[in-house]
Design a protein around this ligand. Structure first.
Ligand code: TEU
Ligand code: CA
Length: 560
């Protein structure tokens, strides 16, 4: 059991390869760029690197549209570069996790190219085809990226399902040949030495029987599939089969990306008996600032309330304890930057303080922390102001649908929403130093650099002993050396239940108690939390301790 759970006190660092480091000055990050920055990651102290998709892909959705699962995208490097990267990661005692995108392929994948040819093609049944209904799509499902989830194919007079872009047709997991092809491909990578997979929307693979219409509000052009397509009837059967065919044969780590899961679902996916996945990415804390109108989805401009955040994180900490394993994350390549969203980037002092406060919140919880590139230096949202600044299809489609097509939102408001929630916020180039293009590339990058890179960059962080970087380094070391962080029990500090400003919790094992106290606001607060005289201040984001006075964004952790 122990050895199976080697990842329990590990910290994962997520790399978005296109935006991390460009080695050949074409404006696109690449594998050699990652290799050149491994010393930096080792200095941070992370154990596992997760790479967003680096496979051959037409890049309609930045690599989440894969045209060949066993080839590296030439834009990022070669298979030799990959082998070199894997060896260099292992040499440093780190592990490498790949993104696995098997809910759908690219429409350029040879399976789909074949499938489209005619109804009798041996690959036809690799995808989900349906007849139309009186000239309309087979049902009312909408795509995650706006518009319908079905595309009409004139050659065969049928529609195919795409929960994401039309260039991302959904695979038919009911077909055992699809499943075997996926498992073989996974084993091919693990045989190469890859240490695990982050599985893209893995709880969408089993579709509801009969593909029935979904509920639709008056404002919605299509039914939002998120409410009823995830966690389909055969998903656990498929994951157990995958586990028997792949996971059980290797020492590896798996994390499922699973929109719309509750703790009860997560307990099935990430049960500690290892029958399916090691953990899942749940989204409940990412949805706390969603628009109350479902037609607007995530497009909104409110900061998440502490009361909601505490209730949510506490629910997950408590409900999974002892039975399943949490992942701990604040942001990724699909989400806004944590400091801009949950913290405060309005002044340099608050940026640094609130980034450390939020890091403290999750890094003392039970689970596996994921750090998204740039989070460790407090990178902010991109600050884009025009629609033409945006690259991501989700943002551009949403603007056209909600502003131009439906008129639900006015242009200025939508630009504000995009500035807060666009996925592009996470995808701006990594800020290495204050030179041209933030040291990412000598060429104009594929995505604009955030304007504050002279202030916020790695070189500055490394030169400042008080930087966010060194704070993360300490948090990672605590996880590696203090079993209470991995295994201790979690509880809200007494009296904290309804506090709108302060979050306080404890972690406890037989030997140690940790008391974590966090001020979520930019106001000073008076709160009394009793600690024994012998308690030591383990870490704080202020230079001194003022006892019951909690300054703006103050974070402190007592150990006793
Ligand atoms: O994202 C899946 C997913 O649930 C997204 O709809 C996510 O909620 C959205 O991007 C947030 O606005 C995964 C990948 O992480 C994403 O990058 C891909 O575009 C998507 O799957 C399709 O593969
Ligand atoms: Ca490059």
């Amino acid at each position: 059991m122990k050895n199976n759970h080697w990842w329990k006190n590990a910290v994962v660092y997520q790399i978005y390869p296109k935006s991390f480091q460009d080695s050949n000055n074409d404006g696109i990050g690449d594998l050699q760029g990652i290799i050149s920055r491994l010393d930096y990651l080792q200095k941070l102290g992370v154990d596992i690197l997760w790479l967003n998709p680096i496979y051959e892909s037409p890049q309609v959705d930045n690599g989440y549209d894969i045209s060949n699962y066993r080839a590296i995208n030439p834009m990022l490097g070669t298979m030799a570069d990959f082998d070199q990267l894997l060896a260099a990661v292992h040499q440093r005692g780190m592990k490498l996790v790949m993104d696995l995108v098997v809910n759908h392929t690219s429409d350029q994948h040879h399976w789909f190219v074949e499938a489209k040819k005619n109804k009798d093609n041996p690959y036809r049944d690799f995808y989900i085809w349906q007849d139309g209904q009186g000239g309309h799509a087979p049902n009312n499902w909408g795509s995650y990226f706006s518009g319908p989830a079905w595309k009409y194919d004139p050659t065969t007079d049928q529609y195919y399902l795409h929960l994401f872009a039309p260039e991302q047709p959904d695979l038919n997991w009911e077909n055992p040949r699809v499943r075997q092809a996926v498992y073989q491909m996974m084993n091919w990578w693990t045989d190469k030495g890859v240490d695990g997979f982050r599985m893209d929307v893995i709880n969408l693979i089993s579709k509801p029987a009969g593909l029935p219409d979904g509920l639709q509000t008056a404002d919605e052009k299509y039914a939002t599939v998120e409410g009823f397509v995830p966690n389909g009837p055969r998903v656990h059967e498929f994951l157990r089969e995958m586990n028997r065919n792949v996971m059980s044969k290797h020492k590896m780590i798996t994390v499922g990306e699973t929109p719309n899961v509750t703790p009860a679902d997560a307990k099935r996916y990430a049960d500690l008996h290892n029958q399916e996945l090691n953990m899942v990415f749940q989204f409940e804390h990412m949805n706390l600032d969603a628009n109350p109108n479902p037609a607007l989805g995530k497009w909104y401009d409110q900061k998440p309330k502490l009361a909601d955040l505490r209730a949510n994180l506490t629910k997950w900490q408590t409900e999974l304890a002892g039975t399943a394993w949490n992942s701990l994350y604040w942001n990724n390549h699909d989400q806004p930057r944590v400091v801009s969203r949950f913290g405060d980037d309005s002044t340099e002092d608050y940026r640094v303080k609130s980034a450390k406060m939020l890091a403290t919140m999750t890094h003392f919880m039970q689970g596996t922390p994921y750090i998204y590139e740039g989070e460790e230096i407090g990178m902010t949202n991109a600050g884009f102001t025009k629609l033409s600044d945006y690259v991501d299809l989700e943002s551009i489609n949403a603007y056209h649908q909600l502003v131009d097509d439906q008129g639900l939102v006015d242009p200025a408001t939508m630009l504000k929403y995009l500035a807060m929630h666009s996925r592009d916020n996470a995808r701006t180039p990594m800020q290495w130093d204050d030179s041209t293009n933030a040291g990412f590339s000598a060429h104009r990058p594929w995505e604009k650099v955030t304007a504050n890179y002279r202030q916020v960059n790695v070189a500055k962080a490394l030169a400042d002993p008080d930087s966010i970087f060194y704070y993360y380094q300490r948090l990672i070391k605590f996880r590696h050396t203090m079993p209470v962080i991995t295994d201790g029990t979690y509880a809200l500090a007494p009296g904290n239940e309804d506090d709108p400003a302060i979050f306080a919790y404890t972690r406890r094992d037989k030997a140690t108690t940790l008391l974590v106290i966090l001020n979520y606001t930019d106001q000073a607060m008076e709160r009394h939390y009793a600690v024994p005289k012998t308690a030591k201040l383990l870490i704080s984001n202020y230079a001194d301790d003022q006892g019951t006075t909690l300054r703006p964004y103050e974070a402190k952790v007592y150990q006793y």
